[in-house]
Design a protein around this ligand. Structure first.
Ligand SMILES: [Zn+2]
Length: 363
């Protein structure tokens, strides 16, 4: 099967494999679909295959191009972290144009640490796009083609988008663009219309479950529950294995336990402060952890099998919570958590949003 390093999406993988084998890969593509389903992974696999010396419905993984791009991809998390720490001035955004090879460039939106210590995304900036547009004019350095993968393309600012447009309209024969986005409506219409669109659906729960068991070594019973809760996103499912998830889940579980006996004011304030100071990703993770615990408490009260809840390893503590007054309110508090997520997405004042949430947990 074409591009078998990527999970699911057989139809799109097949289409791209055939396009690759016949030398007819479009010059401007848009990969659209929800988060964590493998759009960027397939965009990068396609980019590597376009550079590869002997592609066979995907990168051969053996030629010098494949070996170099694989190594660069392995180093990407460290490069991203270094770029984030260095991102102080406008020009530093160029560090987020990652050269996985001189002819395979991944453009991500820059992150910057603010004075309060939190990390904030900035959107793909015009100077990042200017660098691409200048590069497009010259021939590829070593490969037969040059490929640009633009991640989170909906964050491209309008100024940057207009700069990009010309290159998308008349791309040189050796150049390919893959724009990756979870919200295609956020792109300039003129950009969308220049691209061949590929729509990525959610991954099947069975597929995610198998991946969790085989690749991440998750216990099969737990993998079944986690896959069902991941909304078709492998990234969400893998998040459940992370240390951050474990830490926030413990913080939230302790909060609920305290709340069941009348939440001390100091702990309320401390938790609201910790949440306010967390990065956006962590805030989302913390709220997801809290919601999952409340969902489990409600399910246990209704007689769910303790082996079939998301936080089955904390089943005893959750069952105890189910018997308290907090247990009676679990569904309503879970709704308050969802409300907090929506408020934050709408740029509400974070401290106020978390204070309100603590109110809902406490009373
Ligand atoms: Zn190769």
């Amino acid at each position: 099967m074409a591009f078998d390093s990527v999970l699911g999406h057989e139809r799109i993988r097949g289409l791209l494999g055939r396009a690759l084998d016949s030398g007819r890969v479009p010059h401007a593509m848009l990969f659209a679909g929800s988060e964590g389903v493998g759009k960027k992974a397939l965009a990068l696999a396609l980019g590597r295959a376009l550079l590869c010396e002997r592609p066979r419905s995907g990168p051969c993984e053996e030629c010098s191009f494949c070996r170099r791009t694989r190594k660069a991809l392995d180093g990407l998390p460290a490069a991203r972290e270094a770029a984030t720490e260095d991102n102080k001035k406008e020009d530093d955004a160029l560090r987020f144009n990652f050269r996985l090879h001189p002819d395979l460039i991944l453009v991500e939106q820059p992150w910057r640490r603010r004075e309060d210590g939190t990390l904030r995304p900035q959107g793909v900036l015009v100077n990042q796009v200017r660098e691409i547009v200048q590069g497009v004019r010259s021939a590829p350095f070593e490969a037969q083609r040059r490929v640009y993968v633009l991640d989170e393309a909906h964050t491209i600012t309008d100024a940057a988008g207009n700069t990009l447009l010309k290159s998308l309209e008349e791309p040189p024969a050796h150049t390919h663009f893959v724009l990756v986005t979870q919200s295609p409506q956020g792109l300039l219409r003129t950009i969308r219309s220049r691209c061949q669109q590929f729509r990525f659906g959610p991954l099947g729960a069975a597929l995610i479950e198998r991946e969790l068991v085989e690749k991440a070594g998750v216990d099969p019973a737990l993998a079944h529950v986690q896959a069902a809760m991941a909304d078709g996103s492998l990234r969400s499912a893998l998040e459940f294995q992370s240390g951050e998830w474990g830490r926030w889940r413990e913080t939230m579980l302790a909060l609920l336990e305290a709340a069941s006996g009348g939440l001390p004011v100091l702990q309320r304030m401390e938790t609201a402060d910790a949440l306010k100071d967390a990065d956006d990703d962590e805030k989302a993770l913390a709220l997801k952890a809290l919601r999952s615990l409340l969902r489990d408490v409600a399910a246990l009260r209704q007689g769910a099998d303790p082996a079939r809840i998301l936080n089955a390893d904390e089943g005893a503590r959750l069952a105890r919570l189910g018997g308290t007054r907090l247990g009676e309110r679990a569904v309503a508090v879970a709704e308050a958590v969802s409300e907090t997520s929506r408020a934050l997405a709408g740029n509400a004042n974070a401290l106020l949003a978390f204070d309100l949430l603590m109110d809902a947990v406490a009373c």
